[in-house]
Design a protein around this ligand. Structure first.
Ligand SMILES: Cc1ncc(COP(=O)(O)O)c(C=O)c1O
Length: 388
């Protein structure tokens, strides 16, 4: 008998992330330019770090309320109202979580029963489907393609709806494609959610990182406030991935159930990080603007560079990823990523890590210094010339 026999069916059914493997290989090599990682290259802005340190020094080393610091929830309510004109009650409608990662889990666990179907557009962030599986739900994925700008339409969703469909998952801006869903698409999806009585999970973690387009707050669309759980966090906009703070917004009756699960799973999000997050809301805006401007500059360089190399790339309008098609090289996305790493020391992620419709694409993160991106583009150009 081996210890593997102890492993649950649930754990067995969940595949390891296709992203980690590349990090592990890249970590053993020298002079690698990593365009693989999905997090800001910027450190957390200094005043936010200082607020965390000050919180520790004055003894903020205890649990907070299960829902999170009241001061933080009040600031989140004001922030959401200011950005999107929607008022959430800090006591009943906001829960501070350990990143969107935890928010995804407690939201799905509170609302989905075993066998309930939840619809995702794909390619998508690696955690969505495994999280649905972890709560016993059935992920139903809809492939999106560059021909339609990776947009998800109401027609596509309607075709996937069955009597078991309980939820629709919206991810805009999208990781890995950088797609921002257009307002008219979202309005049509909202009407569909109403028609089929679906609950909507809306992952808006990249809402502050959109370029020359509008971000639509899904819960602000007609009828959506009462059926939408907004998943949000500090990781991306404020360069705070390591602090592990996120939050969710939703109707009081639903948030109460999520709070219950969160209470037993987590107790409360890290206290020092919550104080830092509060500071981020107070003073972070100029930093967000500056980082966004720099991502935008890099985005233009990367998209132009990839298209010039012949790796066709739909223009991403959000997040910090480009998702070029690499089929013209004759390699598949796994071979492309492996050989690019071994031969040119540039790490990218094979598109299939984000679902079957990502086959033939790679994800390139431009959350990397401009000069490094230029060197990486030169290396990619040399590689593509050689293999073609
Ligand atoms: C779309 C999306 N949602 C959620 C997350 C998780 O973020 P966190 O748990 O750091 O808040 C990520 C991280 O890469 C992401 O890209």
């Amino acid at each position: 008998m081996t210890s593997e026999t102890f492993i649950s069916k649930l754990a067995r059914n969940i595949p390891p992330s296709g992203i980690r493997r590349f990090f592990d290989i890249a970590a053993t090599m020298e002079d690698v330019i990593s365009l693989g990682i999905g997090e800001p290259d910027f450190d957390t802005p200094a005043p936010i770090v200082e607020a965390g340190i000050a919180a520790l020094r004055r003894g903020a080393t205890h649990y907070t309320s299960n829902s999170g610091l009241l001061e933080l929830r009040e600031a989140l309510a004001a922030h959401t109202q200011q950005l999107y004109g929607q008022r959430y009650d800090p006591i009943h409608e906001i829960l501070v979580t350990v990143g969107v990662s935890e928010a995804l889990y407690v939201a799905m666990a509170a609302l989905l029963d075993p066998g309930d179907e939840i619809i995702f557009a794909e390619p998508c962030f690696v955690a969505y489907e495994p999280t649905a599986v972890m709560v016993g739900a059935v992920p139903v994925t809809i492939p999106t393609t560059p021909e339609t700008g990776f947009q998800l339409t109401a027609e596509m969703v309607e075709a996937a709806i069955t009597p078991k469909t309980k939820a629709l998952f919206i991810a805009s801006p999208n990781n890995p494609t950088g797609t921002v869903l257009h307002r008219e698409r979202l309005v049509a999806l909202a009407a569909l959610a109403e028609k089929h009585n679906l609950v909507v999970f809306s992952d808006e973690i990249y809402d502050r990182l959109v370029y020359s387009v509008e971000h639509v707050f899904f819960a602000s669309l007609p009828g959506m406030r009462e059926r939408t759980i907004v998943l949000q966090g500090f990781s991306k906009a404020y360069a705070m991935t390591g602090w592990r703070v996120g939050y969710l917004l939703g109707p009081a009756a639903l948030v109460a159930e999520m709070r219950k699960l969160h209470q037993y799973l987590i107790m409360s999000a890290p206290t020092v990080s919550q104080w830092a997050a509060l500071k981020a809301l107070e003073v972070g805006e100029p930093f967000v603007q500056a980082m966004r401007a720099e991502y935008d500059r890099r985005r233009r360089r990367v998209v132009d560079g990839l298209n010039a190399i012949g790796l066709l790339c739909t223009e991403p309008h959000g997040a910090f990823y480009a998702f070029p098609c690499i089929q013209s090289t004759g390699l598949d996305d796994n071979e492309f990523a492996e050989r690019l790493l071994q031969e040119e020391r540039v790490a990218v992620i094979p598109g299939r890590a984000f679902g079957p419709s990502g086959v033939g694409f790679v994800r390139i993160s431009y959350a990397t210094a401009y000069e490094k991106l230029e060197t990486a583009l030169e290396r990619i150009a040399g590689f593509v010339r050689r293999v073609k």
